[in-house]
Design a protein around this ligand. Structure first.
Ligand code: PEP
Length: 252
């Protein structure tokens, strides 16, 4: 059986006091279980706080972005080595907000994925279509392009230390969720895509669903055979909600 993961994406939210309360609750309420891991991906300035607050807990932590470069004259950028040096484990790569708002291309996302692994981080590669693309029947085309850009750059073996997240853009932060059947279809497609290159890895890799996951819909989404957990935005900022979503993954 493959291991699942529920990862919170705080986006550009947080503050020292609010973080401390949230992290203290997660540390107490999320206990280690076989078959599912938990993580929070926080803004850069708070990573030290997050690492310290979660030390000794069942919750890992990560960043939301990194540079594709290792070092140099890249003002404002943060390298994988910097993140890894103080204990960061995960990093989101290719979140749709990075692609849409900051113009990250498939090639740049692939370079970031490679840079993350070069630094010893575990990338969580986000892919997904916009509403217009779905309505034009291009979901598979878009997702294939996004996944294959990374497989071509990193090699399929790189997926042994990575997770994928299917995040339909139209469901992120909108309150609209993909139906369990829509999520399953996309996840099955992504797994088959990986399986064309390496069957064993396709069976092993965790594919998370992201897009308005809440305590009320998590269980039915996670019940799908190819949905191995979630990438959780808004609901990861509320301890009760994030814990409830993690619990829904535990009972899969
Ligand atoms: C996300 O930011 O990756 C996300 C899925 O957000 P939300 O859960 O708020 O839709």
């Amino acid at each position: 059986m493959r291991a699942g993961l529920v990862a919170g994406n705080w986006k550009m939210h947080g503050g020292l006091a609010a973080n401390q309360a949230l992290l203290a609750a997660l540390k107490i309420r999320l206990v280690a279980r076989d078959g599912v891991g938990y993580a929070v991906c926080a803004p850069f300035p708070y990573l030290h706080q997050v690492g310290a607050a979660l030390a000794g807990s069942a919750v890992a932590w990560g960043a939301q972005n990194l540079s594709e470069h290792d070092a140099g004259a890249y003002t404002g950028e943060v390298s994988g080595a910097m993140l890894r040096e103080f204990g960061c484990r995960y990093v989101l790569v290719g979140h749709s907000e990075r692609r849409a708002l900051y113009g990250e291309t498939d090639q740049q996302v692939a370079a970031k994925f490679v840079a993350a692994q070069r630094s010893g981080l575990t990338p969580i590669l986000c892919v997904g279509e916009t509403l217009e693309q779905r309505e034009r029947g291009e979901t598979e085309l878009v997702v294939r392009r996004q996944v294959e850009a990374v497989l071509d750059a990193a090699g399929v073996a790189a997926l042994a230390n990575a997770a994928l997240a299917y995040e339909p853009v139209w469901a992120i932060g909108t309150g609209k969720t993909a139906s369990p059947a829509q999520a399953q279809a996309a996840h099955e497609f992504i797994r088959a895509l990986v399986g064309k290159r390496e069957k064993g890895l396709a069976a092993q890799i965790a594919i998370l669903y992201g897009g308005s996951v809440k305590p009320g819909n998590a269980k039915e989404l996670f019940a799908m055979p190819d949905v191995d957990g979630g990438l959780i935005g808004g609901a990861s900022l509320v301890a009760d909600d994030f814990v409830a979503i993690c619990e829904a993954a535990e009972t899969k």
